[in-house]
Design a protein. Structure first.
Length: 129
C-alpha cells in the first residue's frame, strides 16, 4: 500500500503579506468568493488563507464584506426570477423567509426547562382523530 501524498503547497513567492492579502482579496472577488479557487489562483494554501483571517481583523472584515456582496448579487438574481413568476424560486423564498407564516415543510419547537421539570409532547397527525 503506497502512503498518501500530502497535497502540494504552491511555491512561495517573494512579496509582502500586505501585497499577498491584496492579491487574495482581488482573487476572491474574481472567483465569486470560492476560497479554494482563490487560494489556487493566489498560489497560497487554504491554511495560509485561514491564518490571515484569524490573525488580521481588517482582512477578516474585508473577506466578510466580499461574501456579503456575493449574497446580495444572488439575492438580486433570485428576486428577478421571483418577479418573472418562477414558481420554484417563489417557493424557495417563502420556505426561507416565510416560516413564521407557515411556509415550512417541518415544524420546529424549542422548549427550555430546568432538570427538575418534565414535559409531555403529544403529536397529532392531520389524518388522525
Amino acid at each position: 500500500m503506497t502512503p498518501k501524498k500530502k497535497p502540494k503547497t504552491p511555491p512561495r513567492r517573494k512579496i509582502t503579506d500586505a501585497q499577498l492579502k491584496k492579491e487574495i482579496l482581488e482573487t476572491l472577488e474574481e472567483t465569486y468568493g470560492i476560497i479554494s479557487t482563490a487560494c489556487t489562483k493566489a498560489k497560497i494554501s487554504r491554511r495560509t488563507f485561514y491564518n490571515y483571517i484569524s490573525r488580521d481583523k481588517t482582512f477578516a472584515e474585508q473577506i466578510h464584506e466580499i461574501r456579503e456582496r456575493n449574497i446580495d448579487v444572488v439575492e438580486d438574481k433570485l428576486f428577478q426570477k421571483i418577479l418573472n413568476g418562477d414558481t420554484a424560486s417563489i417557493i424557495f423564498y417563502l420556505k426561507c423567509k416565510g416560516k413564521h407564516r407557515g411556509w415550512s415543510e417541518k415544524q420546529q419547537v424549542e422548549h427550555i426547562c430546568s432538570d427538575d421539570q418534565s414535559i409531555q409532547i403529544t403529536v397529532v397527525r392531520a389524518n388522525e382523530k
